[in-house]
Design a protein around this ligand. Structure first.
Ligand SMILES: [Zn+2]
Length: 263
């Protein structure tokens, strides 16, 4: 009658059961952590793409503003040059009249020089205006091209931002659910084992590995026969001598089951 409960409490019986439970909990924890890692990576990638597009849009808008400012400046300069040219043509007229009224050759020569000087200045200004017109045309073409690129990206962003944002929200939600589900498995793992698991996970990305035929499932290092023999007894976890991940023995049949039920 008393044999039942007494047997259950016996450590020789309880410990092997315990390690198998620990393996199951740690295995579930590792699966959730792998999913969380993927979700976090996806989140970083998607929000990165969105940010990149926004930054690109901002820099194109800055470029447009600078094109506009330089076009304004060149238009202003052209306006000034045009009014200078007008004044000069008035001056040329006056000098011509003066030339017509000249009585001595000396006066006539001086007036002629004046007319030529003003004409030269007039031609210089006209060349400057021509040059400015060319530059303004170029700047307007650049502005048009920049505006077209900006519009395209704004359109892309407009149609994808909502989509990306809702995808990001879905990923965040999924990650939160996984983090909540994770707590259950954390509570099932012995605290010391969990600390060891976290320490290795933070360093290596994953912390759990198994062996079925004597090599580490993670780094594929062949384990020393003693280590493998010990793991096969399933009395305690081991450690891979090469990658330092927590090791346990997974029989071939169990491996086949976990692979066929996997994603
Ligand atoms: Zn290893």
């Amino acid at each position: 009658m008393a044999a039942g409960p007494a047997l259950k409490q016996s450590p020789e019986i309880r410990e092997p059961v315990n390690i198998i439970e620990q393996i199951a909990s740690l295995d579930s924890l590792a699966a959730i952590d792998a999913e969380l890692k993927d979700l976090d990576e996806e989140l970083a990638r998607d929000s990165g793409e969105l940010e990149q597009k926004k930054t690109e849009l901002e820099s194109l808008e800055e470029k447009m503003a600078s094109h506009n400012a330089s076009i304004d400046e060149m238009d202003r300069m052209r306006g000034e040059l045009i009014s200078e040219v007008r004044q000069m043509s008035v001056q040329v007229e006056r000098s011509r009249e003066k030339l017509a009224r000249c009585r001595t050759e000396r006066e006539a020569n001086a007036a002629q020089r004046e007319v030529e000087e003003i004409r030269k200045l007039y031609r210089d200004r006209e060349l400057e205006i021509e040059k400015l017109v060319g530059l303004v045309d170029q700047a307007r073409m650049d502005l048009e091209a920049t505006t077209a690129t900006r519009d395209e990206i704004a359109k892309e962003l407009g149609s994808s931002e909502g989509e990306v944002s809702s995808r990001l929200a879905a990923i965040r939600k999924a990650a939160k659910e996984k983090r909540d589900a994770r707590k259950k498995f954390v509570s099932e793992v012995q605290p010391q084992l969990y600390r060891r698991y976290e320490l290795i996970r933070k360093r290596r990305g994953t912390a759990l590995a198994w062996t079925t035929e004597g090599d580490c499932s993670s780094c594929h290092m062949r384990l020393p026969p003693m280590v493998f023999q010990q793991l096969m007894q399933r009395t305690d976890f081991g450690q891979c001598p090469s990658c330092h991940r927590i090791l346990f023995y997974r029989p071939a049949q169990e491996l086949a089951e976990s692979q066929s039920s996997g994603p």
